[in-house]
Structure formats: C-alpha cells, structure tokens
Design a protein around this ligand. Structure first.
Ligand code: HEM
Length: 224
C-alpha cells in the first residue's frame, strides 16, 4: 500500500449499528411476546405489563436526554417530537382500565431494573446513550408503526391505547429516519468510539430481549 492509496472506506456508523444488530433484531421480532403482540393476540394485562416496563425505560431515557443535551452526540439525536413518556402514560391509563387492574405509579422487575441501571451507567459517556436512543426510537419509527397499525385494526381501537406508536409530530417516518441516520454518520467518532457505540446497540437489544423473555414467562396469562 502506498501513501497515495485512498484510505479504506469506512462503513457509516448508522450502517454498522444496523448490521451489528441484525441478528438480535430477528431474535427480538421472533420472541414469543413480540410475535403475539404483533399479531394482536395479547390481552389488556399483557399490554399493560409491557407498557409498565417500557414506561420506566423511556422515563429514564427522556430524563437523560435532557440532562445530557449539551453533549454534541446527544444533541444530534434528541428531539421532543420523539418523546414517548406522555403517550405511554395515556396508553397505560387505557389498558389498565380495560384490564380492570390499576397501573402502579412505579414498576420494578429484574429486566426493567437492569435496563434502567444500564441507562444510568451510560450517562458517564454520552455516545453510549445514543446507542440506546437509536435502538428504541428508530425501532418505534419502524416495527412500532407496524405493531400500532395491527393492534388498531385487529382490535378495532380507533386510536385508543396506541399513542405509544403514534408520532403526530413526525408525519413521515422514512425521511425522519434518514435524517437521523445522517446525523449519526456525521458524529465524527474515532474508530474506538464507533466500536463502543456499535457494541452498546447489542447491549440495548439484549436488555429489550430480557424484557420480552420476562413477559414471555407469563404468556399463558397474556393471551387473548
Ligand atoms: C416485533 C416486531 C418488530 C417488527 C415487525 C420490526 C420491524 C422492523 C422493520 C420492518 C424495520 C425496517 C424499517 C426500515 O427499513 O426503515 C425495523 C427497523 C428497526 N427496528 Fe424493528 N421490528 C420489531 C421489533 C423491534 C425491536 C423489539 C427493536 C428494538 C428493541 C427494534 C429495533 C429496530 C431498529 C433500531 C430499527 C432501525 C434499523 C435501521 O435502519 O438502522 N425492532 N424494524
């Protein structure tokens, strides 16, 4: 190799994040709970218990998003149009009522607590937080859209209980996701930093998988 040779092409960060999590994504999609949810076969208790877990996750992510907003990597992705906490609260109220089982104000379970604990750990190095942000919000703008539509159609909800999947401030997810990926690609991280972020996406997927596994343990009680 001579000095005149061009530098080897670097995979854009967003592509490395997507490729690095492809296998975990397939696994998440095929977990018993997600497969049932995507087919609208989960009852109100199941949806409530799913939302209880993710309310803790989003509460923490959205607090950290504000706290870390001075960091350029975090500033590149955080956007109030993505915020899910108010939507989750709204859906929880609906599903708790349908289930006839009130939602506690705070929820703990081993998988939820582990997810929250990891989010609090990555506070120490903000680009790792971006990996968690990507995993949830780009997922919500992708598969989440499919889940929301199926639930609404199959259960005749007419918009009730599916605010989690609705992004009124993002009418076109596709160009939004393209812009999000372009901002990730422009972060200018070192190779070591990129590797750490890509690795953290896998950590985030595993934490999600642990929540689905936990919910799957109660599958018999959650099937409609
Ligand atoms: C169970 C049902 C799921 C379905 C049907 C589903 C489906 C999809 C689809 C079709 C895409 C591609 C969208 C596009 O090309 O823009 C996608 C992307 C994505 N999904 Fe999922 N997904 C599911 C679950 C999940 C879960 C549980 C997570 C994370 C915890 C997740 C995270 C992501 C991410 C981060 C992307 C964006 C990939 C990228 O373009 O960089 N998905 N999903």
């Amino acid at each position: 190799m001579s000095l005149l040779d061009p530098a080897p092409p670097i995979t854009p960060l967003s592509l490395a994040m997507r490729e690095g999590s492809q296998a975990a994504h397939t696994e998440a999609e095929s977990s018993a709970f997600m497969a049932e949810l995507t087919s609208a076969r989960v009852n109100a208790f199941g949806v409530r218990d799913y939302l209880l877990r993710f309310r803790e996750v989003y509460r923490t992510m959205e607090l950290l998003g504000t706290e870390l907003s001075a960091d350029p990597a975090v500033a590149a992705v955080v956007d109030p149009a993505l915020d899910r906490l108010p939507a989750i609260e709204q859906d929880l109220a609906y599903w708790a009522e349908v289930a006839g089982a009130p939602a506690p104000a705070v929820f703990h379970s081993p998988a939820t607590d582990a997810y929250v604990a990891r989010l609090l750990e990555v506070r120490a190095w903000a680009p790792l937080f971006v990996a968690h942000h990507y995993t949830r919000y780009l997922g919500d703008l992708s598969g989440g859209q499919v889940i929301g539509r199926v639930l609404d159609r199959e259960l005749g909800l007419e918009g009730r209980g599916t605010a989690f999947y609705a992004f009124p401030a993002i009418p076109k997810p596709k160009p939004y996701k393209d812009g999000y990926r372009a901002r990730l690609d422009a972060l200018g991280l070192t190779p070591e930093q990129r590797a750490a972020v890509v690795g953290e996406v896998s950590v985030a997927f595993n934490l999600n998988q642990a929540i689905f596994t936990e919910l799957g343990e109660d599958m018999a009680g959650y099937r409609r």
